[in-house]
Design a protein around this ligand. Sequence first.
Ligand code: AMP
Ligand code: MG
Length: 323
Amino acid sequence: MYPPWTSPTRAAQILADGGVVGIPTETVYGLAGNAFDPKALAKIFAAKERPFFDPLIVHIAKIETIELIAKDIPKAAWKLAEAYWPGPMTLVLPKQDCIPDLATSALSTVAIRFPNHKIAQEIISLTGVPLAAPSANLFQHVSPTTAEHVAEQLGNRIDGIVDGGPCFVGVESTIITFIEGKPVILRPGAITPEMIIKIAGSLTIKQSVSSPGKAMPAPGMMDKHYQPRVPLFYGAIPIDATPPPHTVRIAFGNTKSRIDATLNLSPTGNLTEATANLYAFMRSLDKEKYDLILVDPIPDEGVGIACNDRLRRASLKYFPSQN
Ligand code: AMP
Ligand code: MG
């Protein structure tokens, strides 16, 4: 059957048998496999064409499971887990031996998340093991926020897709590691710096960059990671620039521009709504007939920080003027 739509119960059976399944979470759709089974993990990398140096996030459905897969857990990690799990927050912690090297790109740490999505939780609980699940897209493409997005790219490569409707957060989780017990943000997400400081008291923001061939501390940080195929420019059009003929624009709020808005992330300027729409809008305008996708500036606050991070990585560094 194409696409291979399936139910949570059947998905759990497929996963327990070593298969890989696209599952909904609140952030983006994940491509799940048994985190303890190297063969299932290999299938995830193959389906996504993901390089082995890009480690996976392991998903759990109760906080206590953290102790099965991680050790030497700092106090701040427990506090953050109690405060924001289930939710869009990934904790990077020293790993237990039961986690195969393939899941962590041979790093001594493992990334763990308890998603706030009833269907994801049901699938993890029914399968009875933690599930490794990177975003369910081809490597370096925009992450999927609907089941249809997963079907378009991976439908004929994987064993099932569970449709849980559109993701309600819409950007990947905040990734937090710990240095000397203190939290450090590696990738911004919907759990904001203020929210982390409130619980942990302190915070360093250190977005990592990639070095080719090496395991990355947070590989979602590669510049190409979020780029659509049509060139995208993030920000206002420079005054003296002439946009290419088939330029489309993703607006935010009531920002003025010389190019009419094709889509609006949130007419009222609501950051949560804008974030939930961002990837779906980028995909819907990623069509050969367009020369350029413009995206209006988004305020650098709250979840807007995560949108800015992704959009800056997706953007051309210079405006492609026709002059
Ligand atoms: P994706 O779901 O495609 O965003 O991929 C999962 C992301 O989790 C990776 O790209 C890394 O950014 C991050 N990650 C996974 N394991 C680790 C780890 N051990 N240390 C730091 N970051 C990690
Ligand atoms: Mg990804």
